[in-house]
Ligand binder design. Sequence first.
Ligand SMILES: [Zn+2]
Length: 167
Amino acid sequence: MRFAPKARHRITLTEDRANLRWMRAALREAERGAAEDEVPVGAVVIREGRLVARAHNRPVRLNDPTAHAEVLALRRAGRKLGNYRLIGCSLYVTIEPCAMCASALTHARVKRLVFGARDPKAGAAGSALEVLNHPKLNHRVEVLSGIMEEECSALLREFFRRKRLKS
Ligand SMILES: [Zn+2]
């Protein structure tokens, strides 16, 4: 089945399938984080339908408070593409980015952000703060949320439940 050009801005079937595919890849990264006892958040950077970089949260392992999945994925993508601007790239992440990561996405000029679950406590794509697409900023990032939301938040819930049992 073919889609008329006017339907392009809507989510087409192929786009929908791609969103699930890349969010699944981000989820696999998040699971790697959980296995390392890091808060399970995963991110992937995609350009023209191809995976450019993937990363999971690693602040504990790296002794680095900035080592969020998004920041690590952006750094890797920048190195791989040989450019500090990630023009035309999409970043998929399991949880809504924090203020630091939202700002990093803006600096990188990322085209699109797709995230799974909202973070009402620290989400900076509108839930707790409005860092991404703040009216004072020039760069606009397309945002799509709620992709595999349940799986993304279940992973976090389960991680913190186990943590509480251990302590
Ligand atoms: Zn962050």
